[in-house]
Design a protein around this ligand. Structure first.
Ligand code: ADE
Length: 261
């Protein structure tokens, strides 16, 4: 039922960052995560991916996982007993070491919008358990019992949680140590300083009559840095007034800041 990889006996504290995905479509994983940086890191064992097939926890001979919503309406709702049994199996191994218990995430358009800060905090932990919904959703009672963190990718509706899980995992895995070859590139990218990233250019220096900005080929590092910063600020101001307002306000004062004065 749980498709664990061969090193599953490792004690929780020595486990690499682990993603355990509860889904009706385990074949969708690793999907794109088998490629490029995430795929290489997966092959190296820098992170683990396990799938839990929700259908394996169906109780009847038809293996039904869903039913019509009470009160009527279109579509089907995932049954609480089936999802509960799948969740119980998924958290089972972690109970030994509560310190390394994986946070439980439910991907749903109803959740809190995902941002880089949340990704950073999830990547810094031991991993996560992701519950992917399908159809019209999951019976509310099982969500009340398990209280997952509800996360949305944005104000649009996907056909299920799986594509959202792939996006969430990609965003987390690329922040794990050693996954991105050049860590300084992470520090410079969009959102890390609360700004969108400036434009990038490469060879040829002139293409279709369009030249690369002179400052970038000046060899003058301080001027290049100043240009990067100015462009990041301009693009953020123009495209994302919400981010710009937060950036312009500066960092919020925290309790620790005050007590360490
Ligand atoms: N499942 C369906 N739509 C979704 C969305 N926008 N974000 C996260 N999970 C989803």
């Amino acid at each position: 039922m749980i498709d664990r990889q061969p090193n599953s006996v490792a004690p929780a504290s020595h486990r690499p960052w682990t993603a355990r995905v509860l889904t009706l479509f385990p074949e969708m994983f690793p999907g794109p995560l088998a490629w490029s940086l995430a795929g290489q890191a997966l092959a190296r064992g820098d992170w683990r991916l396990e799938t839990v097939d929700i259908r394996a926890f169906a109780r009847d001979k038809h293996k039904s996982v869903d039913d019509a919503p009470f009160g009527g309406g279109p579509g089907m709702v995932l049954r609480p007993d089936v999802v509960d049994a799948a969740l119980a199996a998924a958290v089972d191994g972690d109970a030994v070491d509560a310190g390394s218990r994986l946070p439980l995430i439910h991907l749903t358009p109803r959740g809190r919008p995902l941002d880089q800060e949340r990704v950073r905090s999830l990547a810094a932990g031991p991993g996560l358990i992701v519950l992917c919904g399908r159809y019209e959703g999951i019976d509310e009672r099982v969500l009340e019992v398990w209280q997952p963190q509800e996360v949305s990718l944005g104000d649009f509706v996907l056909s299920g949680g799986e594509p959202a899980a792939l996006v969430l995992l990609d965003a987390c895995v690329r922040l794990l140590p050693g996954v991105v070859g050049e860590p300084s590139s992470l520090a410079r990218e969009s959102f890390e300083r609360g700004l969108l990233e400036h434009a990038q250019y490469t060879r040829p220096r002139v293409w279709r009559g369009r030249a690369v900005p002179d400052v970038l080929v000046s060899g003058h590092h301080a001027r290049v840095d100043a240009w990067h910063r100015m462009e990041s600020e301009r693009i953020t101001r123009e495209r994302r007034p919400d981010l710009w307002a937060r950036y312009a306000r500066g960092p919020a004062t925290t309790v620790e800041d005050v007590s360490s004065r």
